[in-house]
Design a protein around this ligand. Structure first.
Ligand code: DX5
Ligand code: ZN
Length: 231
């Protein structure tokens, strides 16, 4: 059965994206950051919603056997409803679908019925208004800070305004919703995203391309925590 993250809603969390890890030894990569992370971010791409292919439920099932962390599956799929059941069976804890694919109400219902924690993602050019109606229905909102498809891209600064608007709305309504950012998150950009209102930071290259992924994850948490405590 899917679980919720150990960290309370709204607290600062680092979510390493295994997209930038060594796929030939995922177990070692995952264990290397265990002590500094609250959740693992798993990027699933279908070659249609985004121009890249990554992994599917069988890989999630395989890494489920070597990690008890919260599995935060980011489904960059045109038809996520076709696969939610398979990801739940494989051991996903949360599944995030994109608002751009439509059918949001039924996807949320489907994910809930499967016992999943539910996330809703938006691309950098998708406006606040497309997300606003759904905030009270999800556990997590994911603001992409790059156009999804590849690790190692540059943070898109203009998304900060939308992050701030979503944070204001979450707080105004008193919602138990995490606000995640994904794409180009590093030492420079993490504090800016947190200052705008994000509390879950996905990082791929900044963690797994570092000499010590564990130190990199800890450092990212430290620079972001300094801003979070001042917010
Ligand atoms: C991009 C993915 C991200 C990506 C982040 O489409 O959703 O999770 O792996 O990688 P970095 O941190 O390198 O931008
Ligand atoms: Zn992602």
């Amino acid at each position: 059965m899917a679980r919720h993250p150990d960290a309370p809603v709204g607290t600062l969390q680092i979510a390493p994206s295994i997209l930038s890890a060594d796929f030939s030894d995922l177990a070692a990569a995952i264990h290397s950051v265990d002590a500094a992370t609250d959740r693992l971010h798993i990027d699933v791409m279908d070659g249609h919603f985004v121009p890249n292919l990554t992994l599917g439920p069988s890989v999630v099932a395989a890494i489920r056997r070597c990690s008890a962390k919260f599995f935060d599956c980011h489904l960059m799929l045109t038809d996520p409803g076709e696969y939610l059941g398979a990801f739940a069976d494989a051991g996903a804890d949360g599944c995030t679908v994109h608002v751009e694919v439509g059918g949001t109400a039924s996807l949320i219902d489907q994910a809930r019925a499967l016992g999943l924690s539910v996330g809703l993602a938006c691309n950098p050019d998708t406006p606040f208004e497309a997300m606003a109606p759904w905030l009270e229905h999800v556990d997590l909102v994911l603001c992409m800070t790059v156009f999804p498809g590849f690790a190692g891209q540059s943070f898109i600064e203009s998304v900060l305004d939308k992050i701030a608007r979503i944070r204001a709305e979450i707080d105004h309504q008193g919602l138990a919703v995490d606000l995640e950012v994904d794409g180009g998150i590093d030492h420079e950009t993490a504090p800016r995203a947190v200052a705008a209102g994000a509390n879950v930071l996905v990082a791929g290259s900044a963690i797994f391309s570092a000499p010590s992924p564990l130190d990199a994850a800890r450092d990212l948490h430290a620079v972001a925590a300094a801003v979070a405590s001042a917010r």
